[in-house]
Design a protein around this ligand. Structure first.
Ligand code: F6R
Length: 607
């Protein structure tokens, strides 16, 4: 998603703005731009593609202003061309924007009818036009922004500067995140604290509907009702070090390799290793024993973590669970039980649909629990209780370590819930926790097979379509394997519940279609193997992921990735790793942009 940076500085700001934009690169973007104010003029440089293209422009033609705004654009309205790249300028106004102005078409029509001409296909330009017109009509910058904001519908964050006001930077937030950074005689604005970390750790997060007028020494903040108000300043823990790839070729490779460590860190927060018990925080304001139903919402990979959790909560805690993708859940006006518990899961903590689902659940009187990786994110700040994943910064667009850490937290919660509900004995809790703490060791074993997985990925990389099959608790891992493969290698892939195959998808099977079968030795193993034989009988090329000791003549006919023998309870954590590796190596062989695949964004702040 788009990234926003603004600086009122004491020295030329262009280089700092580019640095901050680099820290927002992980969000995904397809063009970038910057504007600074210098001697009563607005200087602007923009470029399609990566930030290095913008840096080339700046080298050819530097900007020296002491105040400026910058932007990485993830195209929504109009192709990712230089012309559509932000900042957008109309008259004395220059503006950057993240999000979508939903009523831009009608505003544009109205402006055109009033004589305005447009240079871009973006929705953002209507905002610049409205502010510029209000200014031309005699309004002050603050007044012009205030009246413009009142006309905008949608979810957005904005940073706005004025040619003749070198000590003024206005920011606004509705839906999309925006933070103010306080410096010494300097002020900053950014999409998140990570962007501002090199400059300051003193951060004020804007609330929804807020807008703020900054000078180098002051901050005036207005809430959604237009009342001047104060928001707390917090000290961000985000490190100013730019996360690097270490010895890895891609962030995704590094993040896959980090999983034993970060799953271990996450376990350390929620497990009493000595007693082999789950530690639930005292501050829980609900009792699992009193719940009739649990509602889990999330998007993409995080939603698949929720789907795995459904199996865990239902089986061990005997607690019915409803899982839905947040983009559907938020609009279907689901009736929710009184005093129920809603869990939202999000790596970024900024996903627009998940945030909306959280707000809906709150409005329906639910207790809310967020599983998030970014502790200062909007979802973390708005949920009643936060269970953090300790994955560390995840930079690759495709979620890997955040997913397995989400699974880890959910497994702990499910065991904790099972205990509170009296659904499992102390011995069973012991058994499950003992299995869980073994997960990092098993994951490390699986990672040792990377070369073998890469060889199999080579064969898959020629396929046009790939199927992933799983059953029960590993059905969501089949969905996740397919998502991972398609999003980074662009090979079409689908995940299916193995038992569903003969209800349609089996028609796709021929010798050109690799079928990845996820089959731990659990109670459904024989059934999955039967489904696999049905595929083999029709010429499908099978890659079997199962335990090393799952012997049998049938298996020797297929490509095989051996997974350590473990309690089936933790199998989703283990089988996630080879499917990630398969996707990663297929993408590397094909030569796609693994960390920033086309069209994708890391932090999806629009719906
Ligand atoms: C896929 C992927 C996405 C995210 C989804 C939710 O690899 O990363 O499907 O899982 O966009 O993002 P978060 O977890 O930030 O809410």
């Amino acid at each position: 998603m788009c990234g926003i940076v603004g600086i009122l500085g004491t020295k030329p700001v262009a280089a700092d703005i580019v640095d901050a934009l680099r820290r927002l690169e992980y969000r995904g973007y397809d063009s970038a731009g910057i504007a600074t104010l210098e001697n009563g003029k607005i200087g602007r440089r923009r470029a399609p593609g990566k930030l290095r293209n913008l840096e080339d422009r700046l080298r050819e033609s530097p900007l020296d202003g002491l105040a400026g705004i910058g932007h990485t654009r993830w195209a929504t309205h109009g192709a990712p061309t230089e012309g559509n790249a932000h900042p957008h300028m109309v008259g004395d106004v220059v503006i950057v924007h993240n999000g979508i102005i939903e009523n831009f078409a009608e505003l544009k029509q109205e402006l055109i009818a009033d004589g305005a001409t447009f240079e871009t296909q973006t929705d953002t330009e209507v905002v610049a036009q409205l502010v510029a017109r209000a200014r031309a009509g005699g309004m002050s910058p603050r007044e012009a922004v205030r009246t413009t904001l009142a006309r905008l519908e949608g979810a957005f964050a904005l940073a706005i500067m004025f040619r003749d006001e070198p000590d003024l930077l206005i920011g606004a937030r509705k839906g999309a995140p925006l933070a103010v950074g306080h410096g010494e005689g300097q002020m900053f604005i950014g999409s998140d604290a990570m962007a501002l970390a090199p400059f300051t750790n003193r951060i004020t997060y804007l609330e929804d509907g807020d807008w703020v007028a900054l000078t180098r020494r002051s901050m005036e903040l207005y809430d959604v009702e237009g009342r001047q108000t104060v928001r707390p300043m917090s000290f961000s823990q985000v490190s100013s070090n730019l996360v690097d790839k270490g010895n890895h070729r891609h962030f995704m490779a590094k993040e896959i390799a980090e999983q034993p460590e970060v799953v271990g860190h996450t376990l350390a927060e929620y497990v009493d290793f000595a007693e082999r018990k789950i530690r639930l925080p005292d501050k829980l304001r609900f009792d699992f024993a009193k719940l009739d139903r649990l509602t889990i919402t999330a998007c993409g990979t995080a939603a698949y973590a929720g789907l795995v959790a459904k199996y865990w909560f239902e089986r061990f805690a005997r607690l019915p669970v409803e899982v839905d993708i947040a983009s559907e859940f938020r609009y279907r006006e689901a009736p929710l039980p009184k005093n129920g518990l809603a869990i939202v899961i999000s790596q970024s903590g900024e996903t627009a649909d998940t945030l909306a689902a959280l707000r809906y659940c709150k409005s329906q009187g639910q207790h809310t629990l967020a599983i998030v990786n970014v502790p200062e994110s909007t979802i973390a700040r708005e949920a009643e209780i936060v269970f953090r994943t300790y994955a560390g910064p995840e930079i690759g667009v495709a979620s890997t370590k955040a997913f397995t850490c989400q699974l880890t937290v959910l497994a702990c919660l499910a065991i904790g819930a099972a205990r509170q509900r009296g659904a499992i004995s102390a011995e069973k809790e012991n058994e499950l926790v003992s299995a869980l703490v073994e997960a990092p060791r098993h994951m490390a074993e699986i990672l040792k097979q990377e070369k073998h997985v890469a060889d199999i990925a080579k064969q898959i990389s020629h396929a046009r379509d790939v199927l992933f099959l799983g059953r029960g608790i590993n059905y969501p891992i089949a969905l996740e394997g397919a998502l991972k493969l398609k999003e980074i290698s662009y090979i079409h892939a689908e995940g299916y519940a193995a038992g569903e195959l003969k209800h349609g998808p089996i028609a796709l099977i021929d010798e050109t279609v690799p079928v990845i079968v996820i089959a731990p030795r659990d109670e459904l193993y024989e059934k999955t193997v039967s489904n696999m034989e049905e595929v083999a009988a029709r010429g499908g090329r099978i890659v079997l992921l199962t335990e090393a000791d799952a012997a049998g003549a049938a298996h020797d006919r297929f490509e095989r990735i051996s997974i350590p023998h473990a309690n089936p309870f933790i199998s989703p954590l283990l089988y996630a790793v080879p499917v990630q590796l398969l996707a990663y190596h297929a993408a590397v062989i094909i030569g796609t942009d693994v960390d920033q695949p086309r069209n994708l964004a890391k932090s999806v702040t629009v719906e």
